[in-house]
Design a protein around this ligand. Structure first.
Ligand code: FE2
Length: 348
């Protein structure tokens, strides 16, 4: 593997003796970076291992700042042109869109990314790319509900599920993107009716994260919970017997929105003022390598976005399902409408 330490040597030559041979094709070849600054909304030990592996392979050290997506956005905005951020990592296309919309990103400009990641999982202007996939699905009580009864997400609006639905707050980006897809598929009026019916079918006011909804189903508080698939898989494969029992009392169904299951991404964006865009590009490309992909999803239990990567434990037992073919870049524009519909429906 080519190591950037070599280009550091050529930089020294440039400084001491005029034009030396620059690395070809790198926009920032005159200032090669030995460091990439990653602002990440993820907090996993497996990501640390991933950064170490990238460092070992490229000689580029990884500096990480971890916070939630909203905090990272405010930090990058406040840092302005002096921001050390090269790469921004967060979950959900809707959250990545917020960084782009705030003017905090620029094109990744990587042919490798474009060749590897399907266009619907990337920003149309190339500012961000998906790295891993998650499906927003349903955990249910198989004693109370049959999978056929919840074959579509629309079925959850049926009055037979009055008092049976648990779901987290509407301000959560996962729900905003889910309703965003319903808006795009079925129209605003149908999406409004769905949100209203769901709100009236709730067993309780929205509270807690996705795992708490699965626990509520296992505890008999409700029979249906809308959750991202990996929360259930983590429980099912947990080292804690209590957590495995929670999963065992529930089952996972993959209801389609209108043609396919709502999927979203964990993704990476190139920061607008990235001091080391070439190192950032290499880092993002590494996350899309077979090795990078395997490490990226090993603990999170997301689906790799690249074909042929070995699935992490627990995913191999899930049923096959048809993914929505929605272009995730469209979900940003629907956020405000989705929030308005949720508010009007009383879905807190
Ligand atoms: Fe999550």
């Amino acid at each position: 593997m080519r190591r950037l330490i070599v280009t550091t040597a050529s930089l020294v030559l440039v400084a001491c003796s005029g034009p030396a041979e620059p690395p070809a094709g790198t926009p920032d070849a005159a200032t090669p970076a030995l460091e990439v600054n990653v602002y990440s909304a993820r907090h996993y030990d497996s990501d640390r291992a991933l950064y170490d592996a990238f460092e070992a392979e490229t000689g580029i050290s990884v500096r990480v700042r971890e916070a939630n997506a909203a905090q990272l956005l405010e930090t990058v905005r406040a840092e302005g042109e002096n921001s050390p951020a090269d790469v921004l990592i967060t979950a959900d296309a809707g959250a990545l869109w917020r960084f782009k919309e705030a003017g905090l990103t620029q094109p990744i400009a990587s042919a490798r990314v474009e060749d590897t990641v399907p266009a619907r999982y990337r920003d149309g202007d190339g500012h961000w790319t998906g790295l891993a996939l998650r499906a927003r699905v349903v955990a249910y009580d198989p004693q109370a509900v049959s999978a056929e009864d919840i074959a579509t997400l629309g079925a959850l609006a049926d009055e037979r599920f009055d008092g049976e639905i648990c779901v987290r707050s509407s301000s959560n980006i996962y729900n905003l993107s889910l309703l965003g897809e319903i808006i795009l598929r079925d129209g605003v009026d149908a999406a409004a009716r769905w949100a209203e019916s769901l709100a009236s079918n709730m067993a309780r006011d929205p509270q807690g994260g996705d795992t708490a909804q699965i626990e509520a189903v296992a505890a008999g508080l409700c029979s249906i919970a809308i959750v991202n698939h990996y929360y259930w898989v983590r429980l099912a494969t947990s080292s804690s017997q209590a957590q495995r029992e929670v999963a065992a009392k529930t089952a996972l169904a993959f209801p389609a929105v209108n043609g396919g299951v709502h999927v979203n991404v964990t993704g990476a964006a190139m920061a607008r003022h990235a001091p080391s865009p070439e190192a950032a590009r290499r880092f993002i490309e590494y996350l899309l390598s077979q090795e990078g992909q395997a490490m990226l999803v090993s603990e999170t239990r997301e689906f790799p976005i690249v074909e042929g990567v070995t699935l992490p434990a627990g995913l191999d037992t899930l049923p096959e399902f048809t993914r929505s073919d929605l272009d995730l870049g469209e979900l940003g524009e629907t956020q405000a409408t989705a929030q308005r519909l949720f508010d009007r429906a009383g879905w807190n």
